[in-house]
Design a protein around this ligand. Structure first.
Ligand SMILES: [Zn+2]
Length: 176
């Protein structure tokens, strides 16, 4: 298990389409577990393989209230329903958050770490994270969904905030 360096914007790997996984073997599962360690070390709720420089269709997600991380291989969003505005951040675009439109509900399918087909219907943060991570596998970043420059906001640098002040929106926005 290892914490891997996170690739950040504008590295070209983030713009490439990840390839479908043909075999869920030991090296692939090691990658998935390293991605989980990397997500945990950076307090993210999700991570796509592109973000650690690997162009394979693997994502990991763990919502704040969940005890176990999820590993999804060859994930696909099959249906998107509705639209809502969300605040979003990304471990590959550090220091910023943006307001974008995501789906209210998604239907999703993927293989899990045992090669079993998983189908699920998701809303809320899970739907947002699934859309965000599948976008990564297609070379898309959340900043591509911004409607204007004003929709992107810079966060204060770490350590800059006065300890006496309550933390701002950054603590409510989960980086993925
Ligand atoms: Zn991201």
């Amino acid at each position: 298990m290892a914490v891997l360096p996170i690739i950040t914007f504008p590295n070209a790997v983030l713009r490439q389409r990840a390839r479908k996984v043909r075999e869920i073997d030991k090296p692939l599962l090691r990658l998935a577990h390293d991605m989980i360690d990397t997500m945990h070390a950076n307090y993210g709720v999700g991570l796509a393989a592109n973000q650690v420089g690997v162009l394979k269709r693997v994502i990991v997600i763990q919502l704040p209230e969940e005890e176990e991380p999820r590993i999804y291989i060859n994930p696909e969003i099959v249906v998107r329903e509705g639209e809502r505005e969300v605040e979003e951040g990304c471990l590959s675009v550090p220091g910023y958050i943006g307001t974008i439109t995501r789906s209210i509900l998604v239907r999703f399918r993927a293989l899990d770490s045992t090669s079993k087909l998983v189908r699920l219907k998701a809303d809320g943060l899970l739907a947002q994270a699934l859309e965000h991570e599948v976008d990564h596998l297609n070379g898309v970043l959340y900043i591509d969904h911004l409607k204007s420059h004003e929709a992107l906001r810079e966060l204060p640098p770490p350590g800059a905030e006065d300890a006496a002040e309550p933390k701002e929106a950054a603590t409510e926005v989960h980086a993925v």
